[in-house]
Write a protein that binds this ligand. Structure first.
Ligand SMILES: [Zn+2]
Length: 391
């Protein structure tokens, strides 16, 4: 025993050993040598086996194998530096967790190893067979979001992943689907790629749009619809609250207006360029790279075919406006009591009796103190003035 290591010396006692080439049992030992291998820990200590291996002489004169070493197929494989049971234990830990965690767990049990070893061992495991799949779900998965995608295939009945394909293309998906003529249903998104793959790869199968994408598309359609109705919604809201927001908008200096128009032109040109590339058949990620913007912006632009309207200043007046600076400083001083703030400014103002609306005006402050993320600017449905959140 050395510190944290227990060394066990072993040797086989069988009087004969069968030649792996011809099967004849040899009984004459030519020489011996030692093999060293790691085993599962013993009492929290690293266990090392020193196995004395005999080299036998094959008695069969015609055998090409004159000498052979004895083997222990149930304990350790040829040339292996670990016993079978240790490899199995590392694989099990690696499959359940991951390389780094499994290495740490093994270490704590007295088996020093590395994440790399664990991963190598897990990769040696045979892949589970795909079996037969009747109902399959197909979608993309990201190697790296926005850059490289693969394809995932799920057995919808057994609720398990059947296959991960390295790329997302009609060809690879089609090839895989063709290998499974038993498929009678393909659940997919509404994109062209998987539709084409399913049509050509599994013509016998019924195609359905999966619930996730259906809901996603529905939500997108609703959002698009309401975005278009922004003005109508605002008007309806004003009518229902009985307030007409004072239309007085501070006049915009010509230079500012010019810059605004230029920025809008840029946005429209970008929008047109994205749609043009999209119609030419480029993927969203490819467009993002070509145009030099994030793929998120491409996705947003493709939500709506009409170019974006000029951004309207969403600022509208509120009864709190004249006191914003005062309120902000009081808020920062630590006074978060809305009733008290109301009392403080009511003396010098005409908002007496309108504490309800005053409270409304204060909501952005209260919200901000709760560290809520700012609502989307001028979404039309928002009752709060988002610019106050950014102040
Ligand atoms: Zn032989």
């Amino acid at each position: 025993m050395h510190d944290q290591t227990i060394i066990v010396h072993l040797h086989a006692t069988a009087p004969t050993a069968a030649c792996p080439q011809c099967g004849t049992a040899g009984s004459r030992v030519h020489s011996r040598y030692q093999r060293t291998m790691a085993d599962v820990a013993f009492g929290g200590r690293n266990l090392v086996l020193k196995l004395l291996v005999r080299k036998w002489i094959c008695p069969q004169a015609s055998c090409s194998r004159h000498m052979f070493a004895e083997r222990f197929p149930e304990v350790v494989q040829r040339y292996a530096r670990m016993t079978d049971r240790l490899i199995k234990a590392l694989q099990a830990a690696g499959v359940i967790t991951n390389g780094a965690d499994a290495a740490q767990i093994a270490e704590s049990f007295g088996v020093p190893t590395t994440a790399k070893t664990i991963i190598r061992r897990v990769l040696q495991l045979p892949l589970p067979s795909e079996g037969s799949v009747r109902k399959v779900g197909i979608d993309e998965w990201a190697w790296k979001k926005g850059q490289r995608y693969g394809t995932i295939l799920v057995d919808l009945e057994k609720r398990r992943v059947v296959q991960l394909l390295a790329e997302r293309s009609v060809e690879t998906s089609k090839t895989w689907l063709r290998k499974h003529p038993e498929i009678d249903l393909v659940s997919r998104d509404r994109g062209k790629l998987f539709r084409e793959a399913a049509t050509n790869g599994a013509p016998q199968a019924k195609q359905v749009v999966d619930r996730f994408h259906l809901q996603k598309n529905f939500a997108e359609a609703l959002e698009k619809f309401f975005r278009k109705q922004e003005r109508a919604l605002k008007k309806a809201m004003q009518r229902s609250t009985g307030t007409t927001r004072s239309a007085e908008r501070t006049a915009v200096p010509e230079k500012v207006a010019q810059e605004r128009r230029a920025r809008h032109r840029q946005r429209v040109n970008m929008h047109k360029r994205i749609w043009k590339l999209y119609r030419q058949g480029y993927h969203k990620e490819q467009i993002a790279q070509l145009v030099g913007i994030s793929s998120r912006r491409v996705y947003r632009a493709l939500e709506q075919e009409t170019p974006p309207p000029p951004r309207r200043r969403s600022r509208s007046s509120s009864i709190v406006d004249p006191y914003l600076t005062y309120l902000a400083s009081r808020w920062n001083q630590g006074c978060h009591n809305v009733a008290r703030l109301y009392e403080e400014i009511v003396a010098a103002s005409d908002i007496r009796g309108r504490s309800g609306r005053f409270r409304c005006g204060c909501v952005p402050f209260v919200r901000k103190s709760h560290a809520l993320s700012p609502s989307r600017p001028s979404s039309g449905i928002s009752l709060l003035r988002p610019e106050a959140l950014r102040s």
